[in-house]
Ligand binder design. Structure first.
Ligand code: SF4
Length: 201
């Protein structure tokens, strides 16, 4: 599989925020979000076997693994093997995905699917029909950068059966989002990107 990087850091997003985590960043993406902060992962990467990836993960001696990208679901055959192996080794796994692709085996196998619903400011769209595939263990992340995104997120909340995290886009004011959520009494969690605040990878 094509791997951009494997590194240890703190989980900076979502309901597992703050946990020490090994990140496995896979190469390739089928979207071009306007504010993408991992453009370097959209191509290239080093060819590794699933066994080599698991070997690298093991070296870090951390029990949480986040498979991210790019879009990891593009390498489906190897991804299935990877989540199966990590599951067998009792790792806690989070899969970050851009909400355009689905696979029952992978979605069932990981401990948390972190499913992005792309807002208008991204210039892209997720497949919101896939939301019904999510389970209580999963989460939806919506990046909010302006009023239009916020209104979009508010509409989406009615269709989402799992925990929703609203996250400011780079530069957006998280206080403004939090105040709007309180004012409109929305059932969503407002979270920053912790790794950016504490300036770790
Ligand atoms: S889906 Fe993720 S990796 Fe792909 S372009 Fe959007 S933000 Fe970047």
């Amino acid at each position: 599989m094509k791997v951009v990087e494997i590194f240890a850091s703190i989980q900076g997003e979502g309901k597992h925020i703050g946990k020490p985590t090994v990140f496995v960043r896979l190469s390739g993406c089928n979207l071009e979000c306007s504010w993408c902060d991992t453009k370097y992962a959209r191509e290239g990467g080093k060819e590794m076997t699933v066994g080599e990836v698991v070997g690298e993960v093991k070296k870090h001696r951390i029990n949480n693994v986040c498979i991210t990208g790019g879009e990891p679901m593009l390498q489906l055959a190897e991804l299935r093997q990877l989540v199966e192996k990590l599951g067998r080794l009792k790792y806690h796994t989070v899969l970050e995905t851009n909400g355009t692709l689905y696979d029952k085996f992978v979605f069932d196998k990981v401990d948390c699917v972190s499913f992005d619903v792309k807002p208008p400011s991204s210039g892209e769209e997720s497949d919101i029909r896939l939301l019904k595939k999510l389970m209580q263990k999963d989460q939806v992340k919506i990046v909010v950068s302006d009023e239009k995104d916020f209104k979009f997120a508010k509409r989406m909340l009615k269709k989402i059966p799992v925990e929703v995290i609203l996250q400011p886009a780079g530069g957006a004011d998280i206080k403004w989002i939090a105040e709007k959520v309180i004012e409109e009494k929305l059932n969503a969690r407002v979270l920053p990107q912790l790794h950016k605040i504490i300036k770790v990878k």
